[in-house]
Write a protein that binds this ligand. Sequence first.
Ligand SMILES: [Zn+2]
Length: 308
Amino acid sequence: MMAFPLVGNEKIANAVSSALKENRLPHAIIIEGDEGTGRHTLATYLCKGAVCEGEDKPCGNCLNCNLIKSNNHPDITIIKPADNKKFIAVDQIRELIEQAVIKPNTAKGKVFIIDPADNMNPQAQNALLKILEEPPENTYFILIAENKSALLETVISRSVVLSLTSVELSAGVDYILENSKHTSEDIAFALKEAGLNIGKALKLLSGKKNSKASISAKEFLRFMDLNDSWGMLSVTVAFEKNRLLAEEFLKELKLLIVTELKLKNEGNRAKKLFRLYSELSEFEKNLELNINLNLLYCSLVSSVMQIN
Ligand SMILES: [Zn+2]
């Protein structure tokens, strides 16, 4: 039997395990949580649990479990917005309903994953409601959402809501330590930066070597050493348009600074780095306000130039 795949979230782990054991998986499940909290991992686990033919579900070994593992199960359907569209349209849900009443191919039942479910417009949700009220036998609907508040009350009341949360630091460190090659110091730092969100922490850790943000962060420090304000600004230009990207860039810079200060925390350069670090923290706070990013970078660079 496959163990519950998420760290923390004990209540959900218990509820899911006993539902699978007693063969009473709910027909409609809303998985709610921020990106990185393990929504898709849980959805995959539930899919396996729904169609597994092993003794202890999900077994991870039967044909159905293996087809899901290779993203190849004919009875699992993912509904997402069409290319270049933000919303899941009512026609897509009508098609889902047509599919849902056709017999499954391999498994005893079918699973439909709607992702992101908060991007269904009200019409689509109302169409979905019809089938949630009378779901065909062995048919399951998994709605993945950042926040269930975007869903109609009627849809929520027909579903079981599983709200995923961030983890405790020590549990998160242990988990990542077991599943990666990073040191516990780096993991703890990344987890704190990521607000104790495992997915985001993993992203920070894995992207740290060669992402654009990471390369640019190194460049920025090189120009800082040269006291080259234009050089620094030429680096930040790439991170002016997109706040998420800017966030990543700032995090990479902080990671570099911390890594270096761990090795050497005295001298002029260390002084500069300490100052830069505190400026970056200020910057991050401002990032949430709707201030022009170009202005923020200019003020960051000018305060770095004053450190000498
Ligand atoms: Zn199985």
